[in-house]
Design a protein around this ligand. Sequence first.
Ligand code: C2E
Ligand code: CA
Ligand code: CA
Length: 393
Amino acid sequence: MKLICLDDDPRMEPALRRFARQLGHEVQFHTASATFKAQIKRQAPDLVLLDLSLGQESGIDIIAWLAEAQVQVPIVLLSGQGDDLLDTARRIATASGILVLGAVSKGQLVRDLPPLLAERSGSAQPRLIRPAAAPHLTSDELDRYIREGRIEPYFQPIVSAADRQLRGAEVLARLRLPSGQILGAPAFIPLAEAAGLILPLTAALFTRIITLASQLEPLHLEFLAVNLSAATLEQQPTIALVRSLIEGLAGRCHVRVELTETARIADSQPVRELAAQVSLLGASLAVDDFGTGYSSIRALTELPFDTLKVDLSFVAEMFDSAKAMKMLIAIIALGHGLGLKVVAEGVETEAQRRVLIEHGADLLQGYLFGRPMNILEFVQTQGAARGAADQAA
Ligand code: C2E
Ligand code: CA
Ligand code: CA
């Protein structure tokens, strides 16, 4: 494999050459960006090692140049100025479409760089997997589909962090097209919100949940979590919808209402009233996607939340970004400090689960425990898991 390194500090060269030799890689070392660029244009390497502070031009300029020149080469970022800067640079590069294999603090070069180079030589070129394009949907079609009963609840397990036992589920809306194709929420929820169809959609979804509720009984769920769009919170019928869901579940399990975009709604009187009513009806209230720009700490102090869902980006990034990890730990502590249950979503790996348990997350949700499933699959897989656990006990 051919590596090209750009670093204005020539003391880097011997260390880099040593690592590369051990792994059988070839290295070109540049201290000036002009020769570096010329070389890249002549022949693209397999990997670029890029220092962020370069004297004249900075590593950020080089990232912009690589993106502009559409050089399709993965990079490893280096910096002597700490993890925070590396983290921001990694985000800049990724957002410009550059594949960043890692970010290495020069203080940890000996520990962190060789594994990155070794990993690279063994692995195939990463492929970009494009999701199948969602068919374009008009608001008239969506309106018709809602009335035809094509909105389906999918159920994603939520387990207790300590023992992986099933505790509840989040209901995620899906749209079953006449062709049989199932559309994910991002393909129609924003349209429903924009076209004023989110209330009828939510009503259709809740009705369907109530119809299916008896099938969930063997699972002994503690709660079902549903999402309410910010757009519906100030509308009068919403509270009646929540009440109908609570009554429709008839004590089979609790209802948890997840609110997102709390930054926009925190100081709205109708939203306060809704939140208070929901709590009085005995439902629990969760702040969703906490930690994104759409959620607010203000809302936590003003509304009667009992549950905090950490935004899944913190879980996804915990091992790539020291800051994301620190923030995740701080958010869990903040939630507990306020007496809230903390749910971490987007948990995909055992390693993530271990960190979350260590820092005291109460409930976990993510592909590690199950994807959102239709009712049949949900009852089958989770019932089987429960049976196995009961037998083991
Ligand atoms: P959300 O409420 O934050 O839901 C979590 C999303 O993360 C879901 O996407 C879920 O499928 C996905 N997810 C779960 N586990 C993992 C994981 O391990 N890794 C990754 N990468 N993703 C995971 P989905 O179902 O596409 O829903 C997207 C958003 O659409 C939801 O975000 C929610 O804001 C909205 N939505 C879904 N159903 C409804 C609904 O019935 N009403 C309203 N108002 N919004 C809904
Ligand atoms: Ca949610
Ligand atoms: Ca969320």
